[in-house]
Design a protein around this ligand. Structure first.
Ligand SMILES: NC(=O)c1ccc[n+]([C@@H]2O[C@H](COP(=O)([O-])OP(=O)(O)OC[C@H]3O[C@@H](n4cnc5c(N)ncnc54)[C@H](OP(=O)(O)O)[C@@H]3O)[C@@H](O)[C@H]2O)c1
Length: 341
């Protein structure tokens, strides 16, 4: 085994769009685990939109990432050395070891994963944090009933693809919003949504509303928002009385420079009153007590062949910055992963 490993640190904070020079690749000696610690070789790294917020200076719902520190990130991998009684060499584990090929961590911060029926990388997506965000927003905020219509934006992505499939399993009409015909074809033909609106193909906000009106002819009862902006405003125009809106993410604003009016600003607040709407944001890590239930549920559906997923995989840690910028620009289909081994 090599005596060194590579990691990527935050070199500088972006203003606006993330650039490759905001990251730095470093080579370090592989550390030895201390008491209760475990050395893990990471096989896959998850790239997620929330990382963009951590690159900013100010506190959001979480503390910012420090300059010079390993970029934050969920990982799955294999135990290489263990001084913790719950782990032995060869165990497959999930942790938050960051953009790094190896990591040493207290065993308390690791979780065993069972890769006999579910591939290791899926523990970063459909049976990981993004799947859990879909499960939580769908069941605990939208709580839709069979026969209702649900819309989800970024429908081909890690979270959105699960939301729409849960809706189909629940007997709803599932409508996706996605960027481009290829993503929309994936959403309807492979994931089984009833319709998908390509927002990039709509010439203006009115055309987008019109396309959504056709895709959701009975109006919208439940909306799962991942993006914000024109699509959110278009869906707001179509909400039925007592509709629920779950705000999971507003990715179209994550690369704004400070002080810019959010692209996601809601243009017609009267709809809250007229249609008696409930809108609620959530952060999935606030609900850790529900993760065992949600992830067991999702895992069972996956193993039974009732949920599908796709991954966009970048090979090699050095390509993580480029893949992360691609995720923020919508180049991924499904879960964006970096393969490290
Ligand atoms: N609240 C929580 O706890 C929680 C947890 C996980 C994720 N999230 C949020 O959920 C959303 C989806 O996350 P994900 O991991 O599933 O990502 P993802 O959907 O796999 O990837 C991001 C997608 O966003 C779409 N997008 C739409 N407009 C965009 C714009 N203006 N700029 C960039 N991308 C745009 C792109 O798809 P199109 O090409 O289809 O537009 C892109 O592929 C994000 O907002 C994320 O922050 C929240």
């Amino acid at each position: 085994m090599s005596k060194t490993y590579r990691r990527i640190v935050l070199a500088s904070r972006p203003t606006g769009w993330v650039m490759p020079e905001n990251f730095r690749l470093e080579t370090l000696p592989i550390p030895s685990p201390g008491p209760n610690e475990v050395l893990v070789r990471n096989h896959y790294l998850s790239l997620d939109p929330y990382m963009r917020g951590r690159m900013n200076e100010g506190k959001s719902y979480a503390q910012p990432q420090e300059i010079g520190a390993t970029m934050i990130g969920a990982t799955v991998g294999e135990v290489v050395a263990s001084h913790h009684r719950a782990f032995t060499v060869g165990n497959h584990v999930r942790g938050m070891l960051g953009w790094s090929e190896f990591g040493v961590v207290n065993g308390k911060a690791l979780e065993r994963i069972d890769t006999r029926k579910i591939p290791m990388s899926a523990y970063l997506g459909i049976v990981g944090m993004p799947g859990m965000a879909a499960w939580y927003g769908y069941h605990k905020i939208l709580a839709p009933k069979a026969g209702e219509t649900l819309v989800v934006s970024a429908a081909s992505g890690a979270v959105g693809s699960v939301v729409g499939q849960l809706a189909k399993l629940g007997g709803l009409r599932a409508v996706g919003i996605a960027g481009g015909p290829e993503k929309c074809r994936y959403v309807t033909d492979e994931l089984g949504f009833d319709a998908c609106v390509d927002y990039r193909g709509a010439k203006d906000a009115e055309a987008l509303t019109q396309a959504l009106r056709i895709a959701a002819p009975k109006g919208v009862d439940a909306h799962f928002e991942n993006v914000g902006g024109d699509a959110l405003n278009a869906v707001m125009n179509l909400l039925n009385p007592f509709a629920r809106v779950a705000i999971c993410g507003l990715i179209s604003d994550y690369n704004n420079e400070r002080g810019v009016v959010p692209h996601s600003a809601i243009r017609n607040p009267a709809v809250f009153l007229v249609a008696r709407i409930k809108m609620q944001g959530f952060i999935v890590s606030d609900h850790l007590e529900l993760w065992p239930q949600g992830l067991t549920d999702l895992g069972a559906l996956l193993v039974a062949g009732k949920l599908k997923f796709r991954e966009t995989i970048a090979e090699n840690l050095a390509r993580a910055p480029e893949a992360f910028i691609g995720l923020l620009r919508g180049r991924n289909v499904g879960k964006q992963i970096v393969k490290l081994v």
